[in-house]
Design a binder for this molecule. Structure first.
Ligand code: AMP
Ligand code: GLY
Length: 423
């Protein structure tokens, strides 16, 4: 059979590599894909948000199943469109994708159904927001309602910074229309855990937990990025926490979505903070996280397509989803300057990679035999190990065998997790 995967980053490369393990799959078309994944997929160059282009491609080619990975096409109704064409899909429809596309929706859902999250207020009037900030607890977290490429969250350490954040979102429209409505919420503290889950709307199967490293520089310094590396499992996610999450967060969320007539089928990502009052939801994503997927999927033992089809067909309860009892570490190699301006077109050299190591390419294009950088996050190197320490060590050894001009990466991916393990 032939598959179509919408998206073109490291997450999509990890999805495609995993799907490839199923020998019934002949061709995987990536829309757009990127030059670093041409061994695994036919990269079409059709943009992930070009719904007309996607529709035309799906109409002209024999496509038996589609995976829609990024948030934008999900929020735009790509799954609705393909389903209407008779192509079964993995991913929520537009109505369910709103759980990520609108932070106000997500917050109100949690409030209505008693799902633990930070206290919050919603504003669509700037003056009211500024008035509220005069007495609001500081630090305050200011969030644009809509999708903002993962950048619509500002943690304001002072009242002035909070006011600036509100003005930049509501007056200067730093995130476009996404900031016409904002959420101001309570600042929570505690370790963060990402849990991706498979759900068909009835059953929810959490995948192995993971830890992202969002800041650009070592020691969690520097600007927020899409994610500079990950480890799995996350040592803060103990069995006790996992049980609480299932009962207090995961099941209540999918039941709430169903009750709201927005049944969620796909990968629901829970961004959690383990506070001293228990686990709370920081954010929902309606999709696989990146680079979380780059550590989670290499640990998946069950055939991914089988799980995905069970999700689509509403029979996830019949499937046993298993993960290897190992550890994974992903180190992202980025272009110097990222997440600000950076140069492109640098030649990437990938040497010998050791066993149990995967290179997931996010931002590269092919020119003849050469692979050239074309994005901020260029690639992720994931290694597995029997211990977290072994996975980290192996990932960094392999990173040493990859080079491009002005490459940079964090040297401390997994360090916090190792320290947590020791305590
Ligand atoms: P998001 O884009 O929603 O993932 O938010 C980016 C990051 O901001 C999260 O990973 C957290 O580290 C942080 N964050 C978001 N909301 C809060 C909050 N209420 N309290 C503390 N940190 C937060
Ligand atoms: N790594 C965080 C995300 O995918 O949103």
């Amino acid at each position: 059979m032939n598959l179509m995967v919408i998206g073109g980053g490291g997450r999509e490369h990890a999805l495609i590599k995993k799907l490839r393990e199923n020998k019934n799959i002949e061709t995987i078309y990536a829309l757009p894909g990127n030059g670093g994944m041409t061994d695994d997929a036919v990269c079409t160059g059709i943009g992930a948000t070009d719904l007309d282009g996607i529709k035309a491609f799906a109409g002209e080619n024999q496509v038996d199943y589609a995976v829609v990975a990024p948030d934008d096409p999900l929020a735009m109704g790509c799954v609705d469109m393909l389903t209407e064409m008779g192509i079964p899909c993995f991913g929520p429809d537009r109505g369910a994708a709103v759980i990520e596309a609108s932070k106000v929706f997500a917050k109100d859902l949690m409030k209505k159904y008693g799902i633990p999250t930070a206290e919050y207020r919603v504003f669509d009037d700037m003056d009211e927001a500024l008035e509220y900030l005069k007495t609001a607890p500081i630090p305050a977290v200011v969030k644009a309602d809509g999708l903002a490429l993962g950048k619509g969250v500002i943690i304001a350490e002072t009242r002035e910074a909070a006011e600036d954040a509100v003005r930049s979102m509501m007056e200067e429209k730093a995130f476009g229309e996404s900031g016409s409505r904002i959420v101001i919420e309570e600042f929570l503290t505690g370790p963060e855990v990402s849990v991706l889950s498979f759900t068909d709307g009835e059953t929810v199967v959490p995948m192995v937990s993971s830890m992202d490293h969002k800041r650009a520089l070592d020691g969690d310094k520097g600007l927020n990025t899409g994610g500079m590396g990950t480890v799995a499992p996350n040592p803060y996610y103990t069995q006790e926490i996992a049980d609480r999450c299932m009962n207090e967060i995961f099941l209540p969320t999918i039941r709430a979505m169903k009750a709201e007539d927005r049944e969620f089928r796909g990968c629901l990502y829970f961004g959690l903070m383990i506070t001293d009052k228990g686990p709370k939801v920081i954010e929902y994503n309606c999709r696989f996280g990146d680079p979380e997927t780059q550590v989670v999927l290499p640990l998946l033992k069950t055939d991914l397509l089988t799980v995905m089809q069970a999700v689509t067909e509403g029979r996830l309860s019949e499937i046993n989803v298993e993960f290897a009892d190992k550890h994974a570490c992903c180190v992202v190699m980025a272009s110097g300057g990222y997440p600000k301006a950076y140069e492109k077109g640098k030649k990437i050299t990938i040497g010998e990679m050791s066993e149990d190591t995967y290179v997931f390419v996010a931002g590269a294009r092919r020119e003849g035999e050469e692979l050239l950088t074309s994005g901020g996050r260029v690639l992720g190197v994931t290694s597995l190990g029997n211990t977290l320490g072994e996975a980290i060590e192996r990932a960094y050894e392999n990173v040493e065998n990859i080079s491009f001009d002005k490459a940079f990466y964090r040297r401390d991916i997994g360090k916090k997790a190792l320290e947590a393990e020791r305590n």
